[in-house]
Write a protein of this length. Structure first.
Length: 559
């Protein structure tokens, strides 16, 4: 069955199909085969300088409507540059359907202050409400102009300030329309992500609009790749003709269903960070944080096999600052990607990129957290909690326990934090550690949450949860611990399996393995203090009655 469409010739000789529809955006009507800049007026803002400029293209052929929004959070300068550049690339005569382009999604088309993303009360909450407050009415007007009537909503965003990103398409892969569009985007990877509630993407997706987010580095060097991805997606939707739409040969992207955010465990100067797009194996070194003056370097390793989607570009970082976003992929994909990268790199650069080649969840820090060189620990070890000022604390390593628990002798609420969450602040009296004569430590911490914990006797207790830094040998990572009174327990700290993470092997028959390993590396030949005391007790044990007792001395060299 064939379908024929009647056409009309305009005043300039342009052939326009009878079924082509005009677009009405911002109170203005754009006829088929025309393109025009319109203004999206915001309710309650009579000043024309606050209207959002948009470029509207009404195609000469029937087809879907695609809305492209650049700089959705107000700071993505590169995304706005790509969106504005589409004006010189798209011909209304060749367009099927309609295209609406908003370079900067902010009042007046102005960028956000200080180059920071718009969050909190400054951001609109969609879909808004016609009879609500001013912000709700503005959100409703923008939702009606941009999302209603669109088949595809395409965002052009960038990584957070301080991060660089490989060109990645984020979308809800549970939506079959998004799955069909993603492979045509000419991106490095496709990542599954659901939009957060209240965003324009979430409101449009709930209404049945296919939503896709192209996230790139945002610099001028990647504008060409981002523009190519946009043209490819427009061709996949049928808005542009397929023939000659994309001059670049598309490469099948890597599909990622889970991502991990890696944060800095300490502050300092960062060296040798992995680059976006690199493939890394679990345990591979992806960066190193050096303290400015005193302290030791902390090595960052990949928590799992994956691809680095985003990486820091700063020379110095603060504690808990985001460093990497790693997408989880299979070991086979990593090996294939590393082989391809080595083939493309010159010979003198292969040695530099051999350990980390461009691609999380848990924050894994320490050189011993890899598969090939696991950290062996006993069921009892000496650990430190540097964030709380506690050194040489004896801890029980219990893989049967899921959570970790810390003994506190006193716990008092002294206030709450500022902001919308208003978390409690506790003043704690902690054990001093294993050194005799050391006074107890008094610190103030912020409560992350409260949980119900059932002990071995079956009792349920409501405990506060805090975040702190655990130092176990060469391993150093952020963990969550519950606070309780463990005065009747032998060890003041219990470390569960979630705090250990990958790359740690527990020997339930031995104790203080890390302490022994340190002595064997230094070459002192001295046993641990615990073994010396045990040997002394055995040798000085009272002999049986009837036999003369002779003075015995411990033979330390045999221990």
């Amino acid at each position: 069955m064939s379908l024929s469409l009647r056409t009309n010739a305009g005043d300039d000789g342009v052939v326009i199909h009878d079924t082509a529809r005009a677009l009405r955006v911002g109170g203005q009507t754009v006829l088929p085969g025309e393109a025009r800049v319109v203004s999206l007026c915001l309710p309650g803002r009579p000043d024309a300088a606050d209207a959002i400029p948009a470029w509207v293209v009404a195609g000469a052929h029937p087809g879907p409507r695609v809305t492209i929004i650049g700089a959705p959070r107000g700071f993505e300068v590169g995304s706005a540059r790509v969106a504005a550049g589409l004006r010189t690339l798209l011909d209304p005569v060749a367009v099927h359907g309609g295209i609406v382009v908003v370079p900067v999604f902010r009042p007046g088309g102005r960028f956000a202050a200080r180059g920071q993303p718009v969050r909190g009360r400054s951001a609109w909450s969609f879909p808004g409400e016609l009879g609500g407050n001013l912000r709700a009415r503005e959100a409703f007007a923008l939702f009606s102009e941009l999302a209603v009537g669109s088949s595809v909503l395409l965002f052009l965003s960038a990584a957070e300030p301080g991060l660089s990103a490989a060109l990645t398409a984020y979308g809800d892969l549970d939506d079959p329309r998004v799955r069909r569009l993603c492979p045509h985007g000419s991106t490095t990877a496709i990542a599954h992500a659901k939009p957060f509630a209240g965003s324009l993407a979430a409101a449009a997706g709930a209404m049945g609009v296919a939503v896709l987010d192209l996230c790139g580095a945002g610099d001028a060097d990647t504008d060409k790749a981002t523009t190519s991805a946009v043209i490819s997606l427009l061709a996949a939707t049928g808005t542009l003709p397929t023939v000659g739409a994309n001059p670049f040969v598309p490469v099948p992207p890597i599909v990622i269903t889970q991502t991990t955010l890696v944060r800095a465990p300490v502050g300092g100067l960062i060296e040798q960070p992995a680059i976006p797009g690199a493939f890394v194996e679990r345990g591979t070194l992806i960066g190193r944080i050096i303290p400015p003056l005193l302290g030791r370097a902390v090595e960052l390793v990949a928590p799992h096999d994956g691809m680095v989607l985003q990486a820091t570009i700063r020379a110095g970082v603060r504690m808990r600052a985001p460093l990497f976003v790693i997408g989880r992929v299979s070991r086979t994909t990593v090996a294939r990607g590393q082989k391809k990268t080595k083939r493309l790199l010159p010979n003198d650069a292969r040695s530099v990129n051999a350990t980390a080649v461009p691609v999380g969840r848990a924050e894994v820090v320490g050189s011993a957290a890899g598969d090939r060189h696991p950290l062996h620990v006993g069921w009892v070890e000496r650990v430190s909690l540097p964030s709380l000022g506690v050194e040489r604390l004896r801890a029980k390593i219990d893989t049967g326990a899921r959570t970790s628990a810390l003994h506190v002798t006193r716990m008092t609420s002294v206030g709450t934090t500022d902001g919308p969450h208003r978390r409690p602040i506790l003043e704690l009296t902690l054990p001093a550690g294993s050194r005799r004569g050391a006074p107890p430590a008094t610190v103030r911490v912020q409560v992350r949450e409260y949980v119900q914990v059932k002990d071995t006797s079956g009792r349920t207790e409501r405990r506060p949860v805090i975040e702190t830094t655990l130092r176990l040998g060469k391993l150093e990572r952020r963990i969550r611990v519950t606070l309780t009174n463990r005065g009747d327990m032998l060890f003041p700290l219990l470390i569960g399996r979630t705090a250990l993470g990958p790359g740690v092997v527990v020997d339930p028959a031995r104790r203080l393995l890390i302490h022994e390993h340190v002595h064997s590396q230094t070459g002192t030949g001295r046993p641990s203090g615990t073994r010396t005391r045990l040997a002394t007790r055995r040798l000085l044990k009272k002999p049986p009655q009837g036999k003369p007792s002779a003075p015995l001395k411990p033979n330390v060299s045999e221990s």
